[in-house]
Structure formats: structure tokens, C-alpha cells
Design a protein around this ligand. Structure first.
Ligand SMILES: [Fe+2]
Ligand SMILES: [Fe+2]
Length: 479
């Protein structure tokens, strides 16, 4: 069988020859209706009978894997797609460097690997839950379609992880798969595992910031897992990354279009007030950036982490682009200098590199975010404005790791709590900010029209026109 092609004649589309493992196939077919129930109750509210211009993977080849068509969301063919296995794959880092990669779970790493997979898996349905009401205030059909594309793909990422749990982790894996449908974003009794995935996403600026900053954490976590010595995990996450790229595009260009629209309203005047015109002020956008960037930084975990060291040592989770790095892939002799708070002062401490793997991944992430900032600031420059966006320092507003119990300014300076609280509203989106943004949200469903607070995109999806009818309403399922 050609591994790059996906078999759509099966109830669960796949390229893993599911048919040859009847037990596994039956177990997943039993999970499938539970998944669909979850989608109907916790997925996008409304729009389930509408036809959405969605892409579906038809092959996992580098080229031409995507196929676009109008699909009702519940009919989206969620399936199991892995990039083809490499012959003679070798482990690229850690203590097992150079040995044959594993096609089965090494017994001694079973619990750790399961934990890594469950933590990643939990984020996928969580974001769909967080975003479930956004369709009702979509600024255009183009944006509505992008939201739903992201949502169905996050659903598919859940499938990808659930396949690994069912296939490789026996009864415990099946139980974890059930629990993935039971926890709920923001539910006080059964919350999602990671904090930012319990934060509500109530407006579209939050959605764009989430897709820009929080989904980008996903890119780096998946990139690190794509290096794993456990090949099925590496192959699954590689294919997820190709889908993830579109989510990041939606986030980055979404914020960019808000900036472009605001800049247009400001008409070259740095002091212009865009509120009377219904625009989103630049300093308010900056406060959203500060909030979502800092919340997302927490997802990388502690700066100094023995768990991270273990994951690396056991060749389970590498650095971003590990294979392509020209560095010591054992990471045994080097260290990373990390500023830490000791006796009320910031001092540099050298941390053994393996223990600093979270920080290494955070470095890669921040560098990637900076690129988007450059593009956003280009919009301001083009509009002859002097305002510039910045990323706050990585120590600002953290709830995990070395900086969690201290207060830092956006420039990274240590402050006392009182001074920090006095300025908090300058730095982080306030409830007034959020109420103002919420007041601008309106549902625009006329093809080619956009809400007043956002500029149209530069081009449509899949070479379609910007005024393409990206969602066709069924007529009775309107909000
Ligand atoms: Fe995802
Ligand atoms: Fe995503």
C-alpha cells in the first residue's frame, strides 16, 4: 500500500493500515461516536449544518496533500495520518544518540511518554472549546471559514494523539482517550491540564492573539516531539505541523489586519483617537499582545527543569530542529546562562544545558515571535506612524517557573508588587479593554464585506477571491 495516500473508504480515514488490526480498529470505532458527541456539544455553536470551504488532507506528501471543498463540519473526515516512516531511522539526540529509533514504546519510558502525549493531546480539544462561540461574531466569511478550519484540524490533532494512546498504551491509553473528552476548558471541576487552555477566548482579537502566540507554542512542542526517538510520535507530529502552519498564519495575519485597519483610521497622525471611528487603539493591541505572549510563555515550563532533562536524556523530546542543529546532540558539556532571582536580585546562573531544555525551546519560540513583530511594525511604518509594538520581556507576568513569584516590568526589571499593581492596567488588557473590543464584535456574513475594525486579507484562501462565499448557509441554522 502507498503510505502517502489516505484511505477514505474506511470509517476512520487513515494511512496506518488500520484494517489489519481489527481490535484497534474496533476500539477506535467505539471512540468515534463519543468524539462526535463531544464535537456537537462542545465544538462550534451553530453552523453545524452549513457548508464550509474546508481543506481536507488527501495525502501526506509534501505537495498536494490538501483538497478544498464545501463540507458540513460534522461530516469532516477526521482521521489518522502519519508521515511515512524513514528506513533505518536513528535517534538524533540524548543518551540513545545514534541507536535505532523505536517503533514500539520502550517499557521503561512508558509512563513518561504517555504523559507527554496526554499533555499535548489535551490542548487540542481545549482550544476548540475555548473558541466555540466565536462564529457568532465573525468579522467576515473569510474569517469564519478560517476559524472552522482551525477547529476541525484541532479535532483531527486529537485523533492523532488518541490513535497513539490506543495503539501503544493498552487499557491505560484507552482510559486517557476517554478522559480527553471529559475534561473541559474552563470547567472548575474538570479543567484542561494547562492553564492558558482554560482562559476564555471571547473576542476575535483574543482569537488572533491565541492563534499567533498559543498555537505557536504548539509548533515548538510538536517540533520537539517530531525529533522523538519514538518514531510513531515523531511521524504523527510531523504531519500535525503542516496543519499547524495555517493556524499560525491565521493568527499572525489576523493581528496584522487589525493593525492595518487602525493605522488606516489614524491617517498618519500619531495622536489620532480611533475609538470614535470604531477602531482598536494600538496601545490596546499591545496590551493584548502582552497578555497572550506571557500566558503562552508559561507553557514551556520551568526554566530549570529536571523533567525536561529526563525527556532529553531519554531521547523522548529533543530541541527544536534538533536534527538540523550543528551542536552536540548529547548536550552534556554545555550550560545555559539564565537570570534567576536570588536574595531579591537578578543574578546570572549557569544551568546544565539538559536542565535548561525548556528555556532552549522558549528561546526558539521567542525568536519566531519576533519575526511577526517585525511584520506588524512594518504596517505602522508604511502608515507613517511612529508607534512600535514590542514583545514584553520573558520574565513579565509569568505564572510558571523561576519568575512566577516575582514582579517584572515589560522591560524585565524586578519590581515590588505594589509598584507593579499600580501599573498593571498600562500593561495588560483590562476588563474595560475587553468590553470595548467586545462592543465592536459583529457578525458579518455578506461575501467580501468585513467588520469595520479589521482590514480585508491580501488574498483569499486557495487562490479564491476575497469575496468568495467561504461559508454557504443552509438557511435554518442561523445564529
Ligand atoms: Fe493542534
Ligand atoms: Fe493549532
Amino acid at each position: 500500500m502507498d503510505i502517502s495516500n489516505i484511505d477514505y473508504s474506511e470509517r476512520i480515514p487513515n494511512n496506518v493500515d488500520l484494517r489489519s488490526d481489527r481490535r484497534l480498529q474496533r476500539a477506535l470505532e467505539r471512540w468515534q461516536p463519543n468524539y462526535l458527541d463531544w464535537w456537537r456539544s462542545m465544538g462550534p455553536e451553530g453552523f453545524q449544518e452549513d457548508h464550509v470551504y474546508l481543506r481536507t488532507a488527501i495525502s501526506v506528501d509534501a505537495k498536494g496533500w490538501a483538497h478544498f471543498d464545501f463540507v458540513k463540519m460534522p461530516d469532516y473526515r477526521w482521521g489518522i495520518f502519519l508521515t511515512p516512516s524513514e528506513n533505518d531511522r536513528k535517534i538524533a539526540f540524548g543518551d540513545h544518540l545514534g541507536r535505532d529509533a523505536w517503533d514500539q514504546v520502550p517499557g521503561e519510558y512508558r509512563n513518561l511518554l504517555r504523559r507527554i502525549i496526554v499533555t499535548q493531546a489535551d490542548t487540542e480539544p481545549a482550544s476548540v472549546e475555548q473558541q466555540r462561540l466565536l462564529g457568532q461574531t465573525a468579522p467576515s466569511l473569510y474569517d469564519l471559514r478560517n476559524l472552522f478550519q482551525v477547529n476541525v484540524e484541532e479535532g483531527r490533532h486529537l485523533w492523532a494523539m488518541v490513535y497513539l494512546l490506543h495503539r501503544y498504551f493498552g487499557r491505560e491509553g484507552r482510559e486517557e482517550a476517554e478522559e480527553l473528552l471529559e475534561r473541559q476548558a474552563g470547567n472548575p471541576d474538570k479543567p484542561r491540564i494547562l492553564n492558558v487552555f482554560n482562559e476564555p477566548i471571547e473576542d476575535w482579537l483574543s482569537f488572533f492573539c491565541f492563534a499567533m502566540f498559543t498555537d505557536r507554542d504548539g509548533k515548538f512542542q510538536l517540533g520537539a516531539l517530531a525529533e522523538s526517538g519514538f518514531s510513531p510520535l515523531a511521524r504523527t507530529t510531523r504531519f500535525m505541523l503542516t496543519e499547524e502552519a495555517h493556524h499560525l498564519f491565521v493568527g499572525q495575519t489576523g493581528v496584522e489586519r487589525v493593525i492595518r485597519r487602525t493605522a488606516e483610521m489614524m491617517n498618519g497622525d500619531d495622536d489620532a483617537n480611533v475609538r470614535p471611528l470604531g477602531g482598536i487603539p494600538l496601545d490596546l493591541i499591545q496590551r493584548y499582545i502582552n497578555r497572550w505572549f506571557s500566558l503562552s510563555l508559561d507553557l514551556f515550563g520551568s526554566e530549570v527543569s529536571s523533567n525536561a532533562a529526563t525527556f532529553f536524556a531519554q531521547s523522548l523530546k529533543g530541541r527544536f530542529d534538533e536534527t538540523r542543529r550543528h551542536e552536540d546532540h548529547r548536550a552534556l558539556d554545555e550550560g545555559l546562562i539564565i537570570p534567576v532571582v536570588r536574595g531579591g536580585k537578578l543574578v546570572n546562573e549557569e544551568i546544565p544545558l539538559r536542565k535548561a531544555m525548556n528555556e532552549s525551546l522558549r528561546d526558539s519560540y521567542i525568536a519566531d515571535c519576533e519575526k511577526a513583530l517585525v511584520r506588524w511594525n512594518r504596517e505602522l511604518k508604511k502608515a507613517k506612524l511612529t508607534y512600535r509594538f514590542t514583545l514584553p520581556n520573558r520574565r513579565f507576568h509569568r505564572h510558571q517557573g523561576e519568575y512566577a513569584d516575582h514582579y517584572f516590568s515589560p522591560e524585565g526589571d524586578l519590581m515590588d508588587e505594589m509598584d507593579w499593581r499600580a501599573r498593571e492596567d498600562e500593561w495588560l488588557a483590562t476588563s474595560d479593554d475587553r468590553a470595548y473590543v467586545a462592543s465592536l464584535m459583529e457578525c458579518v456574513i455578506e461575501p467580501g464585506r468585513f467588520a469595520n475594525w479589521i482590514a480585508p486579507p491580501k488574498r483569499g484562501i486557495n487562490n479564491q477571491a476575497i469575496d468568495h462565499a467561504y461559508v454557504k448557509f443552509s438557511g435554518y441554522d442561523r445564529r
